[in-house]
Design a protein around this ligand. Sequence first.
Ligand SMILES: [Zn+2]
Length: 354
Amino acid sequence: MIGSVLMTVSLSVTWKPTNLVNNVGKPEMSKIKPKPKIIFSPKYDIQFFGLEKLHLFDSCKYGRAWKKLKNKFGEKLDNWTKCPETEVSIDELSTVHTKAYLSELITNSQYLSRALEIPPLALVPNKLIDKKVLYPMRLATRGTIMAAECALEDGISVNLSGGYHHASREQGDGFCIYSDIGVAIYQLKQSGKLKSDDKVIVIDLDAHQGNGIARIFYEDRSVVIFDMYNADIYPLDMWARKRIDANIPLSQGTDDSVYIDKLERELPSFIENQRDAKIAFFNAGTDIYERDPLGKLSISKQGVLKRDKFVLNSLINLDIPCAMVLGGGYTKESYELVADSIYDILNTAYNYQD
Ligand SMILES: [Zn+2]
C-alpha cells in the first residue's frame, strides 16, 4: 500500500522549473535547465583476487549500475558520460589530508586493512593494495572533482562512485580513504571556480553519519552540512555531530513514512536558508534500503527513489547545482537502486522515451 502511494507521488515530481515566490512576493522561475552528466570509469570497480568478497561492500556496483543504464539508454548514455582519465594527485590530496596520513597509506598495509575493514589485506604488499584498491579510489576522487565542475556547468551531475564521508584529514575509516567531497571543495576554491568564501552545501543522506566531512570543515562555516543518519550505528562520533548544521538523527528501523516526512519537513527550509550557496554535494548512500545489513533502516526501493528526486528537485528549484555521489550500499541490489535513481534523473531531464 505505502509503496503504491509513494510511486504515485514520486511520478508527479518533475525537473521542470517550478514557480517560486521570493521574499518580496514576486514569482520567479528556476533558471537551471539541468543537462545531467554521469562521471564513470570502468576502472572504478575493485577486483582483487577475490579479496573484495571479504567485505560486504559490492565493490563492482559502479560498473553494474552503468551497464544497467547502458541497457536502457544505449549510445545516448555515452554522450552524457565523462570518464576520468587521471587519478587525483598527491598535491591535490594534500590540500585536505596530512602528509603523515598520506605517507602511512603508501607504507602500512596493517593500517589500510583496518581502514578498509578487510583484515587479510594486512598480509598483502602495500604496492599491490595501492594498485588494486587505492588507485580506483583516487580515480573516483577525480570523478567527484569532475562531477562538481560539471554540476556548475550543467546543473546536475552524478559520480558513479565516491561519497567517502568517514575519511578525515588525518585518518581513514569505514572503507573511506580519501575525502573526495573535501578534496573537490578545495579544488573548486583553488581553481577559482568558487571564491574562497562561497557557500557550499553538503547533504549527507547515507545511513551513516558523515563524520569525516564534519571534522574536515569543523572550523570552516562556508560549508553547511545537512546530515540525516541512523544515530544507533557506526561511527557514533559525538564531537563531529556538534558541527552538523542540520543534525537529524534517526532511530534504527525508521521506515518510509517517518523518513520522507522528516526529509520533507527539514530539507526545504534548510536549503531556503542557504539559497546563496553556489553548489551542493549530495551523498546518496543507498544503505538506507530495508535489506541493507549495515544501515539498519527500513526504506523501500520506492522510498530511496523518492528521496533522491526530492533532494534534487529542492536544489534545482532554487537554482543550486548538485553533484551527487554514491556513498554506501551493501546489498546485491544496491547497484539497481543507484541505476533506478539515475535512470529517473536522465529520463526526466532528456525526456527520453523507451
Ligand atoms: Zn553508509
